[in-house]
Design a binder for this molecule. Sequence first.
Ligand code: 5GP
Length: 186
Amino acid sequence: MNEQMNEQITQSIDDKIKVLISEKEIEKKIVRLAKEINENYKESLPVIVCVLKGAFIFCSNLVKKLKLPLLEIEFISVSSYGNEFKSSGEVNLTVPLSGAITNKDVLLVEDIVDTGVTAKFLIEYLQKQNPKSIKLASLLCKPQKLQHKINIDYLAFNIEDKFVIGYGLDYLGKYRTLPYIGYIEE
Ligand code: 5GP
């Protein structure tokens, strides 16, 4: 799909974007999750592993609420090939972890668990580096779509099977900066 076609598609959907979860609701939930994380990591600091690009806004707003100033943050990036709405189920690591997580408590931060293929892939990848523990935080989960048993330790919202954008999540690389979670009305 070329740039001009992308522009035409995105312009035609701009006025069809509806709010699914407001900025206020997300922020309230993040405060609640941060409280739990603060409590659970009192004894041992986690290494936060933020999954780019989709989790960048959720992760940054979450870590700002943590009272754990000595924690470390790492970034990792994956891509899954498919069309713009559906992943192919094949995950590729595009940016590997640069720091060491051996013997550390890892908190993996995802934008959305859809089929669970990406989360499963990432947990297996991280496990190979022998961390002390791995926990998962995710902004969203679509429970109806799950193909793998994924335990989300810190989940902000379960949503129905809708393609969502905003708060870090994109459509064709765009709309990540919407301050809410929206969907495109058919
Ligand atoms: P999974 O591997 O769990 O099927 O999908 C995970 C990845 O697919 C997410 O990290 C995200 O990049 C993408 N994804 C799944 N559902 C949605 C959605 O509703 N909206 C957007 N923008 N991306 C999604």
